[in-house]
Design a binder for this molecule. Structure first.
Ligand code: ZN
Length: 159
């Protein structure tokens, strides 16, 4: 039995660190909409990718992609997002946007988990530990149940 070839995705995801990338003269929602519109327009007008708005953000390390799934894109944020789309560790706002896939298969990105150290960070004292659960440092100081948050340390800041 032969396997059907996998079709390339019709659309691809990008993750954007809104807090770092945003034009501070604009409202956040307005800015995100603006970037999405500009990225789509660039594609529709056939402008080369290296001149696309999203590529400029990527060159500044404020956007990441293209990913084939939303969950891969949002994994670029260093922690889970709260209800305001702020990551729990750095407290920076992230968003994902979906655009038509104009990329070669080799250009598609996948999170390289070998580069990512998972750590559990205490928001009270800043201590980072490799095991899940309450903070070991706070515990040693008589505060036994201080929670930690799961962090994806892509930049090796905690090691
Ligand atoms: Zn602590």
């Amino acid at each position: 039995m032969s396997r059907a070839p996998t079709l390339p995705p019709q659309q691809v995801w990008f993750a954007i660190n809104v807090s770092r990338a945003m034009d501070k003269n604009m409202e956040q929602d307005e800015w995100i909409k603006h970037i999405h519109t500009e990225a789509l327009k660039g594609i529709q007008d056939g402008i080369p990718w290296n001149l696309n708005t999203l590529n400029f953000l990527m060159l500044q390390n404020t956007a990441y992609g293209p990913f084939t799934t939303k969950s891969h894109a949002i994994a670029m944020a260093p922690a889970e997002l709260d209800e305001e789309s702020k990551d729990l560790w750095k407290e920076e706002i992230w968003t994902t946007i979906l655009i038509p896939n104009v990329f070669e298969e080799g250009d598609l990105e996948y999170p390289d988990w070998s580069l990512c150290a998972i750590r559990y960070v205490c928001k009270t004292c800043g201590y980072a530990q490799i095991f899940k659960g309450s903070c070991g440092k706070c515990k040693a100081e008589g505060k036994p149940y201080t929670p930690t948050i799961k962090v994806r340390d892509w930049d090796g800041e905690l090691s």
